[in-house]
Structure formats: structure tokens, C-alpha cells
Design a protein around this ligand. Structure first.
Ligand code: ADP
Length: 490
């Protein structure tokens, strides 16, 4: 599949980019994957396998083992054994060496990871190559540095690991979320059972191969595959000391109620409905690019996506026009083409959800703008979509869509926009575009959001903590704050 229709218009001239597909010759994907338990590939006791699809072609990529309760138990036992006999006995310096080694190996195999991420998840190669994989390596590098410095991370306090961490991750940043979860657990002396999402298991399984090459002691990280039921077995396992979850608010609530009354520690990173706010004094072209990046470049498959745009009235028409012009140039198509801006929607279910919300927006009387681009016949696609004329109470303004769909509202005053931006059950992130530093400080202190970007959007750094307020969850990942949920204070 190529981006045959990648047409751009400048003035009266229109031109197309020649297809620039990333090579796949260096990529090695097995046709079937077993479970990675105790440092070895083990057949599932369920004897069942499920299929992971390429969402841009709907073709099968590989069969993946379905872990049942017995398999989850085996994985937790392997993690416990590794914790008791090896990992908790190693010095921080030794643990750090392994984590550095993992980071270096990810860098060495970055191209392979990037291609697999795009094939399995549908995201453009530009995103997986420039964002997901480098950030995953950076996260391991950063966290490795803390492994032998925990007394500085927690001055005047003595800390010890929790034991076995059960980690459940979603499909939007499969490798990066695995890195966010595994790195701090290992640095602080815990062992891990990780379950990737059922639609994107391949980079986590590739990571398991890399862990073998890094000679990480057997059982320190176990990777088991399956859907919600497998995740629930992990959450309910009696010998798991910590649950780290990233995913939907709905499942987050199920997990929270499952661990009530147990001694398990939890961190939950859940949904979002971020406000991106443009003031009249903002650098408009920069802001428009930031908005596009914030909602469209990853198909809107980002929990911190800037999905609600607020524009101050004097620049409303100007910003809308520039947005429409820019949306019309976005290239939707083959995730492996380096020109692609918007790849495939991750799954048929997610496509259905996004279409349901677009329909709801139209039924509520909002005005829709979509680019005129064509999308491939096979695969799961949504054109970049803009809704104006929405009310604060509109379903598409209130609920998380998780797709390339932006709603736009106008505002007059600072107080009004703060009130509107905070009027959501979520509180993960926000963006502010203005020339005035004082306005930025005023807003950042009043926004109920874990991360607030100013004059930029979707920028991540391993040293910077990430996490939410309200129904976006609790606990932080990244930075020093990301280590604390993996230790107990003695
Ligand atoms: P999304 O809506 O982003 O797909 P989900 O919350 O459904 O997010 O899924 C995120 C992760 O949680 C996936 O790995 C999924 O398999 C897992 N999961 C789904 N249901 C449960 C559950 N009841 N208990 C534990 N994990 C679950």
C-alpha cells in the first residue's frame, strides 16, 4: 500500500509526494509467539492463541499466546522467585548496568522496533521512529541512572522494593508504556509481570527477546499476552504487590475496586480530554501546528491529546481558517510511508467508537469539517475531523473519543476559559498558547491537569513526571516521582 493520494496544494499549484515507504527487510517477526516466563518461551496452558492484525491492511501479522489463570500464576511465581533469589539481592549499581544495557540495545535496534510498532499499531513511522522508540530508550537510560542513587532520590529515608509488580498497558504507545512501567520497577529492585494490550503485543514480545540478549536474570521481567481476562487474573493475583495500569477510566475503576482491601499499591493513568487554549496574543502559526500535532499526528490515540480547542474570540475566524487549510494538507495512509501524518486507527472496535462519536456530534447539530483526502479501502481509517458549533454539554466535548476528532469552542475572558477547560471529569493535560508569561503562570496554577504545556504540545521527557487528576487517575510516571510508587518507606 502506498500513499498515492498524498496531494498538496500551494496557491494554484498542486503536487504529490512520491511514496517513501520504510524498508521492512531488517524486521524479524515470528509467525507465532509463546509466553515469556522465567526467561524462556513457554506454551500457554490454555493452548489458545489469538491473532494480532495489521490495522492498515486487516491482515494477520502473527499468532500470540493467550495466557489463562495458570499461566498468570506461573509468571507471578517466576517473578517472585527472581525477586527473592536474584534481583532484590543485587546492588543498585548492578541493577543499573542491566537497565543501561536494555537502553543501549533498544537504540541499536530502534529501526526494527519502530517498524514493528507501526505495523502492529497503525501509527505513522515518523511517530514511532522519532518519538516512541527514542523516548523508550531515553526512559531506560534516565531511570538506570537512579538505580544506585536511591538514597539521593529519597534523602533521609530508607526505602526497599515492593516485590512483584503487575503491569498492564494499552495499545497507543506499546513500547513506550512498557518502558515507563518496567524501567522504574527494575531500578528500585522489583520484578515484573507485564501484559501488553491484545491488539499491540509485538513490540513487548520483541522487548522480551532483547531482554534475553541483555542477559537479564531469568524471571526478572515476564511478558504475558492476552486480553482483559488475563489482565484481571494479574490484578487479582494474591502474590502481586503492586499494580501499574494505563488504559481506560472504565477498566481503571474495575481495577481500583478489585484491589480495595488488599495491600497492593496502585498507580492508574487513565483517560483524558485535554483543553488546548489559544489566546489572541498567541503566535498563531505555531499554535496551529501545535494543535495539529496535539490531536491528529497520532490518530488522536493519545490520552493527553488536545481534543478540546478553545480560541479567544478576536482570533477565532483566523485560527479556524488556518486549521482547515492545514488539515487539508494532512496525509492519511500507509503507516510505513515516511510522508504519512495520520496512520490507521488501531482496531475495528476503536474505529466503531470514533464513528459513533462523529455521528453523535452531527446529531447534536455541530458543524463538521473533514479533509477531502481519500483513505485506503482496506484497513481502519478516519479522516482528520473538526467540529465547530459545539456546546459545553455536547457528548463530543465531554467524553473521550480517542480519535482524530477536535471540538472547537470560543471564549472571551481568562476566567471563562479556565472554568470551561476544567469542566470535565478528566484532568490529565492541557495546552496554553500566549505571548504573556504571567498568563501562563496564572493558568497553570488554576488548571486541574497533571501536565500543562505552554506554547508547545505533547512534549515528553523522562525526567518530567506524567499523570492525572480526577478521573484521569493518580500516581506519576517519569522523573523522580515515578520511582516512589515502586518503593516502600521503611
Ligand atoms: P483502551 O480503551 O485504551 O483499549 P482498556 O482499558 O480497555 O483500554 O485496555 C487497557 C489494558 O487493560 C489492555 O491491556 C487490556 O487488555 C487490559 N484490560 C482490559 N480489561 C481489563 C480488566 N478487567 N482487568 C485488567 N486489565 C484489563
Amino acid at each position: 500500500m502506498t500513499n498515492k493520494k498524498a496531494k498538496l496544494k500551494l496557491g494554484n499549484t498542486s503536487f504529490s509526494y512520491a511514496p517513501a515507504p520504510e524498508s521492512t527487510s531488517h524486521v524479524n517477526i515470528k509467525s507465532q509467539y509463546d509466553l515469556f516466563i522465567g526467561g524462556k518461551w513457554q506454551k500457554p496452558s490454555s493452548k489458545k492463541y489469538f491473532t494480532t492484525l495489521n490495522p492498515s491492511t486487516e491482515k494477520e501479522i502473527a499468532k500470540v499466546a493467550l495466557a489463562d489463570k495458570t499461566d498468570v500464576n506461573k509468571a507471578v511465581m517466576a517473578a517472585r522467585m527472581a525477586y527473592e533469589t536474584t534481583w532484590s539481592k543485587l546492588s543498585g549499581k548492578e541493577r543499573g548496568k542491566y537497565i543501561y544495557r536494555i537502553a543501549r540495545l533498544i537504540q541499536e535496534r530502534a529501526r526494527e522496533f519502530a517498524v514493528i510498532e507501526s505495523i502492529d499499531g497503525g501509527k505513522p513511522i515518523r511517530e514511532s521512529r522519532d518519538i516512541d522508540v527514542p523516548l523508550a530508550a531515553a526512559h531506560f537510560f534516565y531511570t538506570a541512572g537512579w538505580a544506585d542513587k536511591l538514597e539521593y532520590a529519597f534523602p533521609q529515608r530508607e526505602v526497599s522494593p515492593l516485590g512483584v509488580a503487575g503491569q498492564i498497558i494499552p495499545w497507543n504507545f506499546p513500547l513506550l508504556m512498557a518502558a515507563w512501567k518496567i524501567a522504574p520497577a527494575l531500578a528500585t529492585g522489583n520484578t515484573v509481570v507485564l501484559k501488553p494490550a491484545e491488539t499491540t503485543p509485538l513490540t513487548a514480545l520483541k522487548l522480551a527477546e532483547l531482554l534475553q540478549d541483555a542477559e537479564l536474570p531469568d524471571g526478572v521481567v515476564n511478558i504475558i499476552t492476552g486480553a482483559g481476562e488475563t489482565g484481571a487474573h494479574l490484578v487479582n493475583h494474591k502474590d502481586v504487590n503492586k499494580i501499574a495500569f494505563t488504559g481506560s477510566t472504565h477498566v481503571g475503576k474495575l481495577i481500583q475496586s478489585a484491589v480495595v482491601g488488599t495491600s497492593k499499591k496502585t498507580t492508574l493513568e487513565l483517560g483524558g480530554k485535554a483543553a488546548n487554549i489559544i489566546f489572541e496574543d498567541a503566535p498563531i502559526d505555531q499554535a496551529v501546528e501545535g494543535i495539529i500535532n496535539g490531536i491528529y499526528f497520532n490518530q488522536g490515540h493519545v490520552c493527553c491529546a488536545g481534543s478540546r480547542l478553545f480560541i479567544q474570540e478576536p482570533v477565532y475566524d483566523q485560527v479556524i481558517q488556518k486549521l482547515k487549510d492545514r488539515i487539508s494538507t494532512l496525509i492519511v495512509g500507509d503507516p510505513l510511508d515516511k510522508n504519512t501524518d495520520i496512520g490507521a486507527i488501531n482496531s475495528k472496535e476503536q474505529l466503531k467508537t470514533i464513528k459513533k462519536y462523529i455521528k453523535a456530534g452531527l446529531e447534536e447539530g455541530a458543524e463538521i469539517f473533514q479533509s477531502a483526502c481519500s483513505v485506503p479501502k482496506e484497513g481502519f481509517w478516519v479522516k482528520p475531523t473538526l467540529f465547530t458549533g459545539v456546546a459545553q454539554s455536547s457528548k463530543i466535548v465531554q467524553e473521550e473519543i480517542f480519535g482524530p476528532v477536535l471540538t472547537v469552542q470560543s471564549f472571551r475572558t481568562v476566567d471563562e476559559v479556565i472554568q470551561k477547560a476544567n469542566n470535565t471529569p478528566y484532568g490529565l493535560s492541557a495546552g496554553i498558547w500566549t505571548d504573556k508569561g504571567s498568563k501562563i503562570f496564572n493558568l497553570t496554577s488554576q488548571m486541574k491537569a497533571g501536565v500543562v504545556w505552554a506554547n508547545t504540545y505533547n512534549k515528553f521527557d523522562p525526567a518530567s513526571p506524567f499523570g492525572g487528576y480526577k478521573e484521569s487517575g493518580f500516581g506519576r510516571e517519569g522523573g523522580l516521582q515515578g520511582l516512589a510508587p515502586y518503593v516502600q518507606f521503611n
